[in-house]
Design a protein around this ligand. Structure first.
Ligand code: BGC
Ligand code: MG
Length: 547
């Protein structure tokens, strides 16, 4: 198995808007991130992914880039990024940025020029197609709902452009070699600037299958919502291998792709030995949410287990996955996996641990290390994301009541992980001296970094230990084989790494006794573990790593 620095890394995702504000404008920024590098180093992090900081009108909070070459003023400047990178280097922390190249913002000068003349050179950077005056070119539903086409040129026009996300995010035309060259040059400029790689956004959508016209879906809005015509379509590998050849492969960098609906085969194609990227997020279990599932809690966990084991047992040893349980598009992990009445220290640490020792690179999302919670809102107007608004409206449109639509939003909204980090118990949780762009969760007086660091039994100190363990046995966790255990024991998610390390996770509120010979406990969220020579009694929501 090939050794690489990034296979041994422990990652951390920063959502810059909500991480740390240094200038009192209520928005997190680069100087704020730099001021927290010691914090990240002390936590044990050595790889940081920063969500998009490029110039953007912020319709999709930076995932709509209007200038790839510069930093948005609200985050700072290129010089400040340079300082951040240099300071990070002193602490052995690598910095990767977010590469959003499936689409740009509609305010990008390429698109502005394209709009003026869709027949021009820049028109070919995007995807313009003719439909009729009344109907778009086909009935694709966008990923953020509604038709994926937006009409241009007035009401009698038959010309439309494609946008898989919001209409302010027109899709780029990867079939155009000139556009691809622009992207590769831009990528190389950033790598030359000194960053250590990229998280690559929505990359499985860059190839579209335009053989598709209309499909009769037999549904009121007439829109077709499977991704098969614009996700991982045949031929995408040519674009991705070309990008790798022209950019990443020339640097000792780390790249991790975001791919919708991967299978064992796609995981290997994207992140295997000749993969398009160094690694790929494994989202096999991340769309699951116990609050909105029809399954019982027991079935839910069994389902989770099946999905994880299928991937972990079957990927080849060269395929390097990246594991997350939280990011800026998901709810907090224990809110998704554990019923409300059982939210506590044990369940919070369990949901941070179960995937941390699997094969692959673990990433922690900001605030996860203190067990930050969802911030349940009282009114739909308290949410800030157009996607939330859109999903809510769609639910009303299909006949759900306001309460149903609102409850669903509160259970699933991707905005729950976007509230500012709770640094301490002072005003605005120490995130800003100004007015925060997005409301701070009022529970910051109980859940915050400063108090937890002082408390030996806190979630953050558990995370620090967990990271130390992963580092101490780095060889086994980064390169050792994986074997699932006790597949039939309900509520237990257990596996073996290498020849002698075992990870047991009891996802139930009850004690359970299972086979196991403990030689040495390496990590647990309980201070005592009851065991006899050949049996271990796991406490409710206990997680246990032992030799
Ligand atoms: C990002 C989202 C974003 C979308 C469009 C993603 O998958 O993680 O936050 O809205 O791509 O760029
Ligand atoms: Mg600021």
């Amino acid at each position: 198995m090939t050794k690489k620095w990034w296979k041994e890394s422990i990652g951390y995702q920063i959502y810059p808007k909500s991480f740390m504000d240094s200038n009192g404008d209520g928005i997190g920024d680069l100087v704020g991130i730099t001021s927290k590098l010691d914090y990240l180093r002390d936590l044990g992090i050595d790889l940081v992914w920063i969500s998009p900081i490029f110039k953007s009108p912020q319709v999709d909070h930076g995932y709509d880039v209007s200038d790839y070459e510069d930093i948005d003023e609200m985050y700072g400047s290129k010089e400040q990024l340079k300082t951040l990178i240099n300071e990070a280097k002193k602490r052995n922390i690598k910095i990767i940025l977010d590469l959003v190249v499936n689409h740009t913002s509609d305010k990008h000068h390429w698109f502005q020029k394209a709009l003026k003349n869709p027949e021009s050179e820049y028109g070919k950077y995007y995807i313009f197609r003719r439909g009729t005056k009344d109907t778009p070119p086909n009935n694709w539903r966008g990923i953020f709902n509604g038709s994926a086409w937006e009409k241009v040129g007035g009401k009698d026009s038959d010309l439309y452009y494609l946008h898989l996300f919001t209409k302010e995010q027109p899709d780029l035309n990867w079939e155009n070699p000139k556009l691809r060259r622009e992207i590769y040059d831009m990528v190389n400029r950033w790598l030359d600037f000194g960053i250590d790689g990229f998280r690559v956004d929505a990359i499985s959508h860059i190839k579209k299958d335009f053989t598709y016209k209309n499909i009769d879906v037999g549904r009121a809005d007439g829109l077709y919502d499977k991704f098969d015509y614009y996700n991982n379509c045949a031929g995408i590998e040519d674009f991705l291998q070309e990008m790798k050849r022209e950019t990443f492969s020339k640097y000792d960098c780390f790249t991790v792709g975001e791919v919708s609906f991967s299978t064992i085969k796609t995981l290997a194609e994207y992140a295997g030995v000749n993969g398009h990227f160094s690694s790929l997020f494994d989202f096999c279990h991340n769309q699951m949410n116990t609050n909105t599932s029809d399954m019982t809690q027991e079935e839910f966990i069994e389902n989770l287990k099946t999905k994880i084991f299928e991937v972990q047992n079957n990927i080849d040893s060269e395929t390097t996955l990246t594991h997350i349980t939280e990011n800026h598009d998901l709810c907090r992990n224990y809110e998704r996996f554990i019923p409300k009445e059982d939210h506590n220290f044990y369940s919070k640490t369990l949901t941070g641990t179960f995937n941390f020792f699997m094969r692959g690179i673990p990433f922690i999302y900001q605030g996860q290390e203190i067990g930050m919670s969802n911030y349940v809102k009282k009114d739909i107007s308290e949410f800030a994301d157009p996607v939330t608004e859109r999903k809510y409206s769609e639910m009303l449109a299909v006949g759900k009541s306001e309460k149903e639509a609102f409850d669903f939003t509160n259970f699933t909204s991707r905005e729950h992980t976007r509230t500012p980090i709770q640094w301490n118990s002072s005003k605005n949780a120490g995130f800003t001296t100004g007015e925060p762009w997005f409301a701070v969760n009022p529970n910051y007086t109980e859940i915050n970094v400063e108090d937890q660091l002082k408390d030996a039994n806190s979630v953050i100190n558990y995370y620090k230990n967990m990271i130390k363990v992963r580092r101490k046995y780095s060889e086994v966790f980064s390169y050792g084989h994986f074997k699932s255990l006790f597949e039939d024991v309900k509520g237990l998610l257990a596996y073996k790494r290498g020849d002698e390390i075992y990870v047991y996770n009891n996802f139930t509120p009850n004690e359970m006794t299972v086979k196991g010979d403990i030689n040495k406990v390496i990590l647990s969220n309980y201070s005592n573990t009851s065991h006899t020579k050949h049996e271990i009694t796991l406490k409710p929501y206990q997680t246990l790593v032992f030799k």
